[in-house]
Design a protein around this ligand. Structure first.
Ligand SMILES: NC(=O)c1ccc[n+]([C@@H]2O[C@H](COP(=O)([O-])OP(=O)(O)OC[C@H]3O[C@@H](n4cnc5c(N)ncnc54)[C@H](O)[C@@H]3O)[C@@H](O)[C@H]2O)c1
Length: 276
């Protein structure tokens, strides 16, 4: 029970990595606030956690909206009195991304392949600026807004808090295709370091996790296309995608007092991606 009596707010908690963090943190004694754009799976996840003996609530969140982040923090305080731990897992891989929409993802991947056949630089030179803006808005600005809203509560209450952002191996590796996602994640990394330096003297730690390829809705499309799948697995020395629970266990370490002297770090649970 490493998070007994703690309250954890998890953006993007309806699916994947955020959901795994919610489940693991609850099993370790935390009260959980799941915040997400997707309402039905979020409500179902909160109910499942509560039915299993935990205590969880769902809050609808558009991560890129400042007022929605303020409302999320206020709802956590109203229900549970405080915020001790935050995971910012809400994220998109492209401007059209909808978690669970495999058909849409495949269509987009096919279009990108066709554009690249005509213009090998299309992902850069023909990148739609609204697409770029949406990825930066959700992944980077959304992380900032969640930190602002939740850190304010921690500072007001003089808490020893822990904030965990979700970056990616793409924070340090440009991967392939459009620059939006890697740039957003590189921004999350530097935002994490900046926030860590500002908040360290005030008792709040801020760290980032930079996963490799993890088996969630976000990477489901890759499994459908042999050439992408073999590139991903071929570049992962462990020869497999990670499980969301393998990210949650790193998040648990960073959330807990076991990481009491750790701040401003980016940890890569990536199956060995950065060994080469
Ligand atoms: N899966 C991977 O391989 C991988 C690798 C590195 C980093 N990540 C990052 O991990 C985080 C979680 O992704 P995942 O793989 O679990 O995917 P996922 O699709 O399973 O989960 C993402 C969640 O974020 C929510 N979300 C998306 N846009 C939102 C918005 N505007 N406001 C609120 N919620 C929103 C989705 O509804 C979904 O529940 C993302 O930031 C992603 O970039 C994933």
């Amino acid at each position: 029970m490493r998070l007994e009596k703690k309250v954890a707010v998890i953006t993007g908690g309806s699916n994947g990595i955020g959901l795994a963090c919610a489940e693991r943190f609850s099993a370790e004694g935390a009260k959980i606030v799941i915040a997400d754009l997707l309402v039905e799976p979020g409500r179902a996840a909160a109910k499942a956690i509560t039915d299993a003996g935990g205590d969880a609530m769902f809050v609808e969140l558009e991560a890129a909206n400042p007022e929605a982040n303020e409302a999320m923090a206020a709802a956590a305080v109203e229900r549970f009195g405080t915020i001790d731990v935050v995971v910012t897992a809400a994220g998109v891989s492209n401007g059209d991304y909808k978690s669970g929409d495999i058909e849409g993802g495949l269509k987009r991947m096919k279009q990108a392949g066709e554009a690249a056949a005509v213009n090998p630089a299309a992902a850069l030179t023909e990148l739609d600026i609204d697409d770029w803006r949406r990825v930066i808005d959700v992944n980077l600005t959304g992380t900032l807004l969640a930190i602002q809203a939740t850190a304010s509560v921690m500072l007001d209450q003089k808490k020893q808090g822990s904030i965990i952002t979700i970056a990616s191996i793409a924070a340090r590796d440009p991967l392939w295709g459009a620059p939006s996602y890697p740039v957003s994640k590189a921004g999350v990394w530097m935002l994490t370091k900046n926030a860590a330096r500002t908040l360290a003297p005030l008792g709040v730690r801020v760290n980032s996790i930079g996963p490799g390829f993890i088996d969630t809705n976000m990477t489901a499309v890759i499994d459908q296309v042999d050439e992408y799948h073999s590139v991903v697995i071929g570049n992962t020395p462990m020869g497999r995608k990670g499980k969301p629970s393998e990210i949650a266990s790193v998040a648990l370490f960073l959330a807990s007092d076991d990481a009491s002297y750790v701040t401003g770090e980016l940890i890569h649970p990536d199956g060995g991606w950065f060994t080469g």
